[in-house]
Design a protein around this ligand. Structure first.
Ligand SMILES: *Cc1c(COP(=O)(O)O)cnc(C)c1O
Length: 402
């Protein structure tokens, strides 16, 4: 067991556990106990821990050249930008170091785009229960009062509508002549693995196109194969966003974020408008390029597609007849098991059973396993998590009768 220190700012509710080593989907703690990692550092280590190709690329690059500056050309950054635009069908990339920074870039693009149309006070439409990060503008965009509390005044220029509600979005667009962009997650991750109707993204795209608003997709969590395609929007016909934000899985743990632009958002940011000291440095770009190459060479997207149904069916079978299990849902390897009762204590109970899970929005068991998981490991995950939920619900049932 590793306890916390008062020298670290207490911004997180941390568990008393530290990991010292990882391999594939497995983590080892400081006492030598092994755990199945069904969270991937929150959708970051999509290729698992200590992937040999990533480790080698980072080590080689570190002993060659880590950082120069965006004052100069960075060939690995160019290579990565070309690869990302090819995979997404978008046109340009700005590199930064996190999801929040990618979203900040998007917000700046939206505002500058608004100013170029003569709108002095541009408005960005965001969603209820969204999560976009912890900087001032991205926490304002986030639809969670707990994230706002204590940090007012918030940043002006955001209005909020319910998620997965095209009528509400249409009304908001009609109501706000200053609207310049819609910022939305293809699946709400932190909000509770909320999967919108299949026509939702196409509907958002249409509404944005009609009014020349930027469709800005926060794929920080859904991107890089998490939902079974490179980007979640690729599962909706005829949808390409104007702006897309990436981070989490892009570097498999090496910090890197990206904001992509196409269509109306292309060339909005001009020299001097935006920048980052570290953003797109050779080390981060080499790691990300190797992530993309490895996803291709190891057919990782096929693995996600083929195992997703097995995992969902496995949960349905194992949890059949459990009345307190409300829904079991997935978008690729984003799994949510929604209970009718709060279940945050499951996180600690899972550790005792040797598995890392997350509970979000109080009642939703969230799993974000590495995309390289084998069928055997997937079966292990399903049985560990199902047993955990069944035991938890049985203990609650006994208590409520007593
Ligand atoms: C994690 C996340 C962010 C924030 O990313 P950071 O790298 O923590 O700044 C933004 N948007 C979504 C959808 C996320 O899941």
């Amino acid at each position: 067991m590793t306890k916390s220190s008062t020298a670290v700012m207490p911004t997180y509710g941390r568990l008393d556990i530290a990991f010292t080593k990882g391999e594939g989907v497995w983590l080892t703690d400081s006492d030598g106990k092994k755990y199945l990692d069904a969270l991937s550092g929150i959708a970051v280590c999509n290729l698992g821990h200590a992937h040999p190709a990533i480790a080698k690329a980072i080590a080689e690059q570190a002993s060659t050249l880590i950082h120069t500056s965006n004052i100069y050309q960075i060939p690995l950054q160019i290579e990565l930008a070309e690869k990302l635009t090819e995979l997404s069908g978008m046109e340009q990339v700005f590199f930064c170091n996190s999801g929040a920074e990618a979203n900040e870039t998007a917000i700046k693009i939206a505002r500058k785009y608004g100013h170029s149309k003569g709108i002095d006070k541009p408005v960005i439409i965001v969603m209820d229960a969204s999560f976009h990060g912890r900087t001032m503008a991205t926490l304002t965009a986030t639809g969670n009062p707990k994230v706002h509390a204590g940090f007012e005044p918030l940043v002006p220029g955001f209005v909020r509508v319910p998620y997965n509600d095209l009528d509400a979005l249409r009304m908001a667009i009609g109501h706000w002549p200053e609207a310049v962009a819609v910022m939305v997650e293809p699946v709400q991750g932190e909000g509770g693995v909320k999967i919108p109707d299949t026509d939702y993204l196409a509907g958002v795209r249409d509404l944005c196109t009609q009014r020349q608003l930027l469709m800005m997709l926060d794929e920080v969590q859904t991107g890089i194969g998490r939902t079974g395609t490179w980007f979640a929007f690729q599962q909706s016909d005829d949808v390409v966003p104007d702006v897309m934000m990436l981070a989490k899985g892009l570097g498999n743990g090496m910090p890197i974020g990206a904001c992509l632009a196409s269509g109306l958002a292309t060339d909005v940011l001009q020299p001097g408008n935006h920048g980052s000291t570290f953003g797109g440095n050779p080390l981060a770009c080499r790691a990300a390029l190797t992530v993309l190459e490895t996803i291709e060479s190891e057919h990782v997207l096929d693995n996600v597609s083929s195992l997703t149904h097995d995992i969902v069916n496995g949960f349905h079978d194992a949890l059949a007849g459990q009345e307190e299990v409300k829904t079991i849902r997935s978008s690729g390897f984003m799994f949510g098991i929604e209970l009718t009762i709060p279940c945050t204590e499951l996180v600690q109970q899972a550790l005792e059973k040797g598995i890392l899970i997350n509970v979000t929005a109080d009642k939703i068991v969230r799993l974000l396993p590495p995309l390289i998981m084998t069928k055997d490991e997937a079966n292990t995950m399903v049985s560990l998590v199902s047993n955990l939920v069944i035991e938890f619900l049985a203990s609650k049932a006994v208590k409520s009768v007593a």
